[in-house]
Design a protein around this ligand. Structure first.
Ligand code: ATP
Length: 265
């Protein structure tokens, strides 16, 4: 609810190395956000208004939230996660107040990364409730234009087609970054990371699992490892998940995004 959706989170630090693959995305974010923080004064000297942030888009479960957290960790900024659907579900007037509160708090906690998840929801609201939704969008744009310079916004959406161009203008979220599902090599890299916190047997060549999982996202891989762990338990294994468990799990866990749905991006 309101309190939860607007709190500054003490999150476990996420480092770039906790995110498998996505090398070019990491580089782009490092350049645009971290560079932005390091050069606030230089922008001012040049009289250029810096970008307010970046819009991450792509299928669900590909690591957008992780990326936002890593940006906060790596730039030593605070992190505030805001779910747009939660933020705007209140009564008329309440949602506007909630939006204002988020940016006020972020400015107070700056340097602060504000992660706006499911950004498209605010544009959906316009369609369903006429003038009300429009007011919400103007409020968001206003806050975005006026918040402190230590506030950087990372927004995420699975529905880029629903995002209004007004939010993508220069000085707002003027960089669009696609966060794709992992390639084979990236899946192996993600499995390697998941292996650090789960008991995956040393005997398994992770490329075998990589081959079983075309079209899987990072979130799907996490679900697969969990499922394999359950099969391991059922098979009464004492300490580690074996390759048979992965075969069994792979016959039950499906990729959450189909090849066809990916065409959207
Ligand atoms: P959504 O669009 O549904 O909000 P998302 O893109 O924000 O999803 P995350 O919440 O960041 O995805 O990812 C979900 C989980 O999947 C992560 O907590 C992590 O365990 C795993 N994961 C996803 N992508 C990666 C990745 N590239 N490297 C390591 N783990 C990943």
């Amino acid at each position: 609810t309101l309190r939860q959706s607007t709190s500054v989170q003490k999150v476990d630090p996420v480092h770039w190395s906790d995110i498998g693959g996505l090398e070019s995305v990491k580089k782009t974010l490092e350049e645009s956000v971290i560079w932005l923080y390091r050069h606030v004064e230089a922008y001012a000297r040049m009289g250029i208004s810096p970008s307010k942030g970046v819009l991450l888009y792509g299928p669900p479960g590909t690591g957008k939230t992780l990326l936002a957290k890593a940006v906060a960790t790596e730039s030593e900024a605070n992190f505030m996660a805001v779910s747009i659907p939660d933020l705007i579900k209140g009564e008329v007037g309440e949602s506007e107040k909630a939006i204002a509160k988020v940016f006020k708090m972020a400015t107070r906690c700056s340097p602060c990364i504000v992660f706006l998840d499911e950004l498209e929801a605010i544009f959906g609201a316009r369609e369903s409730s006429g003038g009300l939704g429009k007011q919400l969008i103007s409020q968001l744009l206003l806050e975005m234009d006026n918040c402190g310079e230590g506030v950087v916004i990372l927004a995420a959406t699975n529905h880029p087609e629903a995002i209004d161009a007004s939010i993508l203008r220069p000085g707002r979220l003027d960089r669009l970054v696609y966060v794709p599902p992992p390639t084979f090599d990236e899946r192996v890299a993600i499995l390697q990371i998941l292996k650090q916190t789960t008991r995956i047997s040393e005997n398994i060549d992770l490329r075998t699992v990589g081959n079983l999982t075309s079209n899987f996202t990072g979130a799907d891989l996490r679900a697969l490892v969990r499922k394999a762990g359950l099969f391991g338990l059922k098979a009464n294994r004492q300490t580690s998940i074996e390759v048979q468990d992965f075969f069994a799990a792979a016959s039950e866990v499906q990729p959450s995004v189909s090849q066809f749905q990916l065409l959207r991006y």
